[in-house]
Design a binder for this molecule. Structure first.
Ligand code: ARG
Length: 251
């Protein structure tokens, strides 16, 4: 009995003492483990078996600069930061806006792009925050869109979906009056649905960054320096222009 208790205690101690891999550990292993959602086009999207998108290409380029192989992991958006704190991967790149709430749980790199949350609706629908009064709005769960839409005075039903693309589909099917999502994603939707939807106001702005486990300073430093390098050697501009026709770095 006593022995079992001892084993249990030491196991608990071991688990809580588990450490994120430092930059040195990662470099020695030759492979970096990166997590994303894979359902947030055009930033991270699993197309059949191929994981692609602006953030996937950017992270692959950073890893290449580091001389490392990449092992990608995909997780539902809402689980990404939890898995990071359980040491399941080294960092997350999944369009997380830097928020005070998230900063309590993880450490963020310098931003890899700047954007905002915008309203998309059918022609004649609500285009401004004021017009969202009493309206049904679709958003992805666990996002800054949810947080910010909830703050709109008098907003009607806020419906959450596990995936952003499901929230868009709810608007298209007429189950909600609006969808709030990333402004670049919204532009793509407007283009793809020619004339069926329009983009309204930007509700808020945000800086998007990669996340490491809280306290993993050595990896954070490496990511920041590789990002700066990609931003100065033309790599970042090339990938960004390829996806958006413009450079979306924070100005
Ligand atoms: N930028 C928003 C946020 O910070 C949405 C991110 C959603 N990302 C995703 N991979 N679905 O919450």
């Amino acid at each position: 009995m006593k022995k079992a208790l001892l084993i249990l205690t030491s196991l608990t101690l071991l688990a809580s003492a588990a450490q994120a891999r430092t930059w040195d550990d990662i470099k020695k292993s030759g492979t970096i483990k990166i997590a994303t959602e894979g359902a947030f086009p055009p930033f991270n999207i699993l197309k059949g078996k191929e994981l692609t998108g602006f953030e996937v290409e950017l992270a692959n380029a950073l890893a290449k600069q580091m001389g490392l192989k990449v092992q990608w992991v995909t997780q539902p958006f809402d689980n990404l930061l939890i898995g990071l704190n359980q040491d399941r991967y080294d960092f997350v790149i999944a369009s997380h806006g830097i928020t005070p709430e998230r900063q309590k749980a993880v450490d963020f790199s310098n931003p890899h792009y700047c954007t905002g949350g915008a309203i998309v609706t059918k022609p004649g629908g609500p285009m401004t925050a004021a017009a969202l009064k009493g309206k049904k709005v679709a958003v992805q769960v666990g996002t800054t869109y949810l947080e910010n839409v909830r703050k709109v005075p008098g907003v009607g039903d806020v419906k959450t979906f596990p995936k952003d693309t499901d929230a868009q589909a709810a608007l298209m099917a007429g189950r909600t009056d609006a969808w709030v999502g990333d402004k670049f994603t919204g532009l793509d939707l407007v283009k793809a649905q020619k004339g069926k939807v329009v983009q309204g106001d930007l509700l808020f702005k945000e800086r998007i960054a990669m996340a490491v486990k809280k306290g993993n300073a050595s990896l954070l430093k490496e990511l920041n320096s590789q990002l700066a390098k990609a931003m100065s050697n033309g790599t970042y501009a090339k990938i960004s222009t390829g996806y958006f026709g413009q450079d979306i770095r924070c100005k």
